[in-house]
Design a protein around this ligand. Structure first.
Ligand code: GLA
Length: 386
């Protein structure tokens, strides 16, 4: 594993939440252009990731290689990687540790070295490796991820390995040992505060994960991420506003900020999921808030932990490299709440401090060690405390 690949949580954009099977080279190129034009590349959004559905559906070529869909990727992936690299960005791709991906396209099980070599020859920089159609147990998962981890390690190119087995086999305990730099900690995120039950006709039903559930999962495993390997709370839904191809009718402005705040303070990778070529000003402001990103990317690399949970208010604290602290107070309840904590509970000395309110973008004086603050339903107060 090259620790340098993920010294801080990886950042970028992924095609799935917005485009699903409609991903194509035009969308990837325009996304890359936008990351540069909007200054998002400079903020750290580096990886442009093609998710599922990029190959032809039926099999491989006579040499056994994966074949990009000629209709949606007519120039081929190598040309696309060259384009993305010419913008100073990196290209990611997707496969699965079984015969078939989640959407039914060819997977890489049994072809690990051949596929890793092909991706390396194209200039791929990142692999999201899914787990549909693979055996359920942990031992098989570790073995299948290790096979791909080894293939990537010997393919001659740095390819960041992103594990996606949905947290079901505790990848925070073994993800690094198979070469992973990040591992999903939940099932698929939806554009919704609460979970949503999905029942495919004739298929097996499942819950899509709402932001509130993901916050709870993040809090439980926060201790396990760090430089080189991060808990991945899934791609961001900020800005989808119900228009993505995943389920959900969108979140309120408070909820999108809460989502971003928790992903930031717990050091989740930040992969944008909306169509940034058409994002509105609110969405751009959330995704490009430099303080939110600085907390997430702080070089100390210590994920924030939930230190308190009281009256529906969760408090996350994260130490920063300059000795200061980031603190997020989340009202997960569906009504406004008066959140009140003593200095002792928060772990601060009882002295008055000028704190910086990240979402207001201003210094405030409301922190005296003890904390009493009114927080709207599903709102997060996010502060930098000297
Ligand atoms: C799984 C993953 C998603 C996405 C889809 C693609 O559900 O968890 O993030 O990659 O597959 O089919």
């Amino acid at each position: 594993m090259n620790r340098e690949l993920a010294a801080t949580p990886p950042m970028g954009w992924n095609s799935w939440n917005m485009f699903g099977p409609a991903v194509d080279e035009e969308k990837i190129m325009r996304t890359a252009d936008t990351l540069v034009k909007k200054g998002m590349k400079e903020l750290g959004y580096t990886y442009v990731v093609i998710d599922d559905c990029w190959t032809i559906k039926d099999g491989r070529d006579p040499q056994g290689n994966l074949v990009p869909d000629p209709g949606r990727f007519p120039s081929g992936i190598k040309a696309l990687a060259d384009y993305v690299h010419s913008k100073g960005l990196k290209l990611g791709i997707y496969s699965d540790a079984a015969d078939r991906t989640c959407a039914g396209y060819p997977g890489s099980y049994g072809h690990e070295e051949q596929d890793a070599a092909l991706w390396a020859s194209w200039g791929i920089d990142f692999l999201k490796y899914d787990y549909c159609n693979a055996p359920w147990d942990q031992k098989s998962a570790i073995e299948r991820y290790r096979r791909m981890g080894n293939a990537l390690a010997s393919c001659g190119r740095d390819i960041l390995f992103s594990l996606c087995e949905w947290g079901a086999r505790s990848p925070h305990l073994w993800g690094k040992t198979v070469g992973g730099s990040m591992w999903r900690s939940s099932g698929d995120i939806f554009d919704s505060w609460v979970d949503i039950w999905v029942q495919p006709p004739g298929g097996i039903g499942y819950y899509g994960v709402g932001i509130d559930t993901n916050i709870e999962l993040a809090a439980r495993i926060a201790g396990y991420g760090g430089p080189g390997g991060w808990n991945d709370l899934d791609m961001l839904v900020v800005g989808l506003k119900g228009k993505g191809q995943i389920e959900g009718n969108g979140l309120s402005p408070f909820e999108y900020r809460t989502h971003m705040s928790v992903w930031s303070i717990t050091c989740s990778p930040l992969f944008i999921g909306c169509d940034i070529t058409a994002m509105d000003a609110d969405t751009e402001a959330i995704l490009t808030n430099p303080h939110v990103i600085a907390v997430n990317q702080d070089p100390l690399g210590v994920p924030g932990k939930r230190i308190l949970s009281k009256n529906g208010c969760d408090v996350f604290r994260k130490p920063l490299h300059d000795g200061s602290t980031a603190m997020a107070v989340v009202n997960r309840g569906s009504a406004p709440a008066e959140c009140s904590f003593s200095a002792g509970e928060l772990g601060f000395l009882d002295t008055e401090k000028t704190v910086f309110d990240i979402w207001q973008g201003a210094n405030t004086h409301e922190f005296t060690g003890d904390l009493r603050v009114k927080i709207e339903a599903h709102e997060t107060k996010f502060w930098l405390i000297p």
